[in-house]
Design a protein around this ligand. Structure first.
Ligand code: CP
Ligand code: NVA
Length: 307
């Protein structure tokens, strides 16, 4: 296994399965892991806001006997107060691992290169690997037979979409990404995921029509239309993404039992309506909870400790 978790691309199928099966054990019996990271400290460098990622990593460390230090934008000022190199070198003398939430993905790559401790990507503009791993965990929990199922992602071809493309292709789930023209997922990620899937029978497809994207889907997933850092485009994007709203009419085209997923935070009334996110098919808060269990497994795997 690589030292760092920057992208799902970096994990082999077996490593993904190992993380997910450890997460099952941790969720079932958290007390067994109460000392798994005893005495270890995690630095949480967050250049953007967070609820789930920040709290789940912090609580996860605490529940496993470790400790976490939050370093928000006002503390570190990556690349402004100090270079990424110097931050990475210094923190490596204090802590056992670093979670970084940042803008440019290159910041995460650089942090990983210069740090001697594991660096976990807690979201960059390109990817959100912890989210996607946890989403696969949730899908498997809800749909015990995931053979030949299709996840329809509707909305912006963003970090979450990119990580789901790799995660689906590596765990045997078909994925439709339905995005407006000009808002495609990263082209290297899309072709990489399609390449991985080719020959395995898994289909990874891009659509520019929301109705075709969700037709018959087993999971309908969406995320905000303007990600953190894109706030200035929010008004324009609302118009462009109008036909990509996950509402009752769109859900009527998916399988009647289709799971509704959203990484959260949600902009209710924009990418998803209240009627859908609060429906019986919605698993968004199970998804949020599972971030904790899966992140604990990620920490045990990458920081070491009792497996
Ligand atoms: N889904 C997710 O990463 O949520 P936060 O931005 O609140 O961490
Ligand atoms: N795409 C969103 C995900 C938030 C968890 C963002 O980057 O803001």
């Amino acid at each position: 296994m690589k030292k760092d978790l920057l992208s799902i691309k970096d994990l082999s199928e077996k490593e993904i399965e190992d993380i997910l099966s450890l997460a099952v054990r941790i969720k079932k019996n958290p007390l067994k892991f109460a000392e798994a990271l005893k005495g270890q400290t995690l630095a949480l460098i967050f250049e953007k806001p967070s609820n789930r990622t920040y709290v789940s990593f912090q609580v996860g460390m605490y529940q496993m006997g470790g400790n976490a230090v939050y370093l928000g934008p006002e503390h570190i000022k990556l690349g402004i107060r100090e270079t990424i190199h110097d931050v990475a070198k210094t923190l490596s003398r204090y802590v056992n691992g670093i979670v970084l939430r940042t803008f440019g993905h290159q910041n995460a790559v650089d942090m990983a290169r210069f740090a001697s401790v594991p660096v976990i990507n807690g979201l960059s503009d390109l990817s959100h690997p912890c989210q996607a791993l946890s989403d696969i965990f949730t899908i498997r929990e809800k749909l015990p037979n995931t053979k030949n199922i299709t996840l329809a992602y509707v909305g912006d071809g963003n970090n979450v979409c990119n990580s789901l493309l790799y995660a689906c292709s590596k765990t045997g789930i078909n994925m439709h990404a339905g995005v407006p023209e000009g808002y495609d997922p990263d082209k290297d990620v899309l072709s990489g995921a399609q390449k991985l899937a080719s020959g395995t029978g898994v289909r990874i497809r891009l659509f520019h029509n929301s109705r075709e994207t969700v037709a018959g889907a087993d999971v309908v997933y969406t995320d905000v239309w303007a990600s953190m850092g894109q706030e200035a485009e929010a008004v324009e994007r609302k118009k462009i993404f109008r036909d990509f709203q996950v509402n009752g009419n769109l859900m009527a085209l998916a399988s009647p039992k289709a799971l509704v997923m959203h990484c959260l935070p949600a902009h209710r009334g924009e990418e998803i309506t209240d009627e859908v996110i609060d429906s019986g098919n919605s698993v968004v808060f199970d998804q949020a909870e599972n971030r904790l269990h899966v992140e604990k497994a990620i920490l045990v795997k990458f920081l070491g400790g009792k497996k």
